[in-house]
Design a protein around this ligand. Structure first.
Ligand code: ZN
Length: 295
């Protein structure tokens, strides 16, 4: 190993990277045994342009994202109305600007709208675009939709201390990005002050990994039986644990016919338990904050 690498490794603190206290075991409201944070990430074209803006000229690549505004989101909204469920939609600021009618339809149906960056730039430590991504995203949500978001999900699922501090300073309540728990917990900033509430996610409920393949994002497409098996097994066990499921669904994937069909079946399965609280991130974070305040 090179000397520089050795120095870098030896500079790593001998402490956990995330020093948040363990998740408190608050009971879910109304006698529910478990919770499901039903959430969608509305990336549209930004899923494809974030890593290379020149792809905006690649019209078939763009059409994967464009499906969200043309078909996928409306179909998902229709299904959620039929199921009488409310969800959270994390939307990039660019998508709000480019597809206002799609976003207004989400809002009109009473769903929560969360922050998902502006250009879907992955928040890496030291990235000069960190602040602009947050502030431009906030501006689009407020100016175009009248929304002051409470929740944030990191584009491409990365995070850093600067972002934790920034989201707190901008008044957000919760983030749903980390992979290190199965219950909500409170972040602890490096200066030992409390940060946002975390509603953790898991790759098991990320439809992108299970049902979307493109030359810039290659995955094996899983069948209905494979996806339902993953989703129902995860739910059965986490319900026994009294934990929460967080979905990470994308209208360009789960808004496709067969994918929407299996999502409907999974939601019907979850509802049939009668004690899984299927709700928005705002509701789960508010419940956590109330329990925390009650001590
Ligand atoms: Zn995304």
């Amino acid at each position: 190993m090179a000397a520089a690498d050795s120095a870098g490794l030896n500079a790593i603190p001998l402490l956990p990277a995330n020093r948040a206290p363990l998740a408190p075991e608050y009971l879910w409201p109304a006698g529910n045994k478990a919770a499901m944070f039903l959430s969608f990430d509305v990336d549209a074209e930004t899923a494809w342009t974030a890593k290379d803006p020149a792809r905006y000229g690649e019209l078939v690549t763009m059409s994967f994202g464009g499906y969200e505004a043309r078909v996928g989101t409306a179909k998902l909204l229709e299904m959620l109305r039929q199921q009488e469920l409310k969800a959270t939609f994390f939307i990039t600021g660019w998508s709000v600007e480019a597809h206002p009618a799609m976003c207004e339809a989400i809002l009109k149906d009473g769903h929560e709208i969360g922050h998902h960056g502006f250009h879907h730039v992955m928040p890496m430590p030291g990235d000069p675009m960190l602040v602009e991504e947050i502030d431009r995203g906030l501006d689009s949500l407020k100016r175009r939709l009248g929304v002051l978001p409470k929740g944030y999900r990191a584009p491409s699922g990365e995070f850093c201390e600067e972002l934790r501090v920034l989201l707190k300073a901008r008044g957000l309540t919760y983030t749903s990005s980390f992979r290190d728990d199965v219950r909500p917990y409170r972040h602890l900033l490096a200066d030992n002050t409390p940060g946002l509430i975390e509603l953790p996610v898991t790759a098991s409920y990320d439809d992108w990994l299970l049902g979307l393949s493109q030359r810039y994002s290659r995955h094996t497409l899983l069948t209905r039986e494979q996806v339902l098996s993953l989703w129902t097994d995860e739910l059965a066990e986490l319900r026994d644990w009294g934990a929460m499921a967080t979905t990470v669904l994308h209208p360009q994937c789960s808004g496709r016919p067969m994918r929407l069909r299996l999502l409907r079946e999974f939601l019907e399965h979850a509802r049939a338990y009668g004690d899984v609280w299927i709700t928005t991130g705002e509701q789960i974070a508010a419940h956590f904050a109330a329990c925390e305040a009650a001590g």
